[in-house]
Write a protein that binds this ligand. Structure first.
Ligand code: MN
Length: 210
């Protein structure tokens, strides 16, 4: 993945079928090569005509877009958001899921009671999210965890928080296999989460002292 124009996708790191039976091969393929790639193509298409924005990173684009006129503002926010959120989502999936460890599991147990209880709360949040969006597990700089739903491809989270995990709950993420059973998909994601990466993000975030 490049973090400048022209943007390219994060490597998947596993085959399309590697997440079965939790997510089927066709869904992973279409999600990665059509939906995620679609946001990348649209963002690159916008930037092709805007040389002054081509040196910006994804995060910088999301920031400067706020000050641009519409429709350029919304075009960049939607597509750069789609690129950012999909890169995060795909990078946090793995066929070799190992349970969370260290400080992160301690805090999960303190805050939610157990990993299973965290799962239940994230599944409930997925079910309650109206329309499309993502369910995020966040931490603040003191290591306190929280769950947050963000609609569509928005990327803004409460100030002072950092992202640890994402569940994409757009229908394209699950509909071929799960049809309307979003909760079942959200629960099964816990079989394929990359907790090693979540732990690294957690430890990094906790070391930040503002
Ligand atoms: Mn998606």
């Amino acid at each position: 993945m490049t973090d400048r124009y022209p943007f390219t996708p994060v490597p998947l790191g596993f085959s399309y079928s590697a997440l079965e039976p939790w997510i089927d091969a066709k869904t992973v393929e279409v999600h990665y090569t059509k939906h995620y790639q679609g946001y990348i193509d649209k963002l690159n298409g916008i930037l092709k005509k805007r040389p002054e924005l081509q040196s910006k990173s994804l995060k910088e684009l999301l920031c400067v877009a706020e000050r641009l006129p519409c429709p350029l503002k919304t075009d960049i926010l939607h597509n750069a958001g789609g690129v950012y959120n999909h890169a995060f989502y795909f990078s946090m999936l793995t066929p070799e899921c190992k349970a969370p460890d260290g400080a992160l599991i301690c805090e999960i147990e303190r805050r939610f009671g157990s990993l299973g209880a965290l799962r239940e709360e994230m599944v409930e949040a997925a079910g309650e999210l109206f329309g499309s969006g993502y369910v995020w597990l966040l931490t603040d700089s003191c290591g306190r965890l929280s769950i947050c739903c963000i609609a569509n491809q928005d990327t803004n989270i409460p100030t002072g928080k950092q992202k640890l995990l994402a569940i994409d709950v757009w229908e394209h993420a699950y509909y071929l296999k799960y049809l309307n059973r979003r909760n079942e998909y959200a629960g099964n994601i816990f079989h394929i989460l990359n907790w090693r990466k979540a732990e690294a993000l957690y430890n990094e975030a906790r070391q930040c002292r503002n």
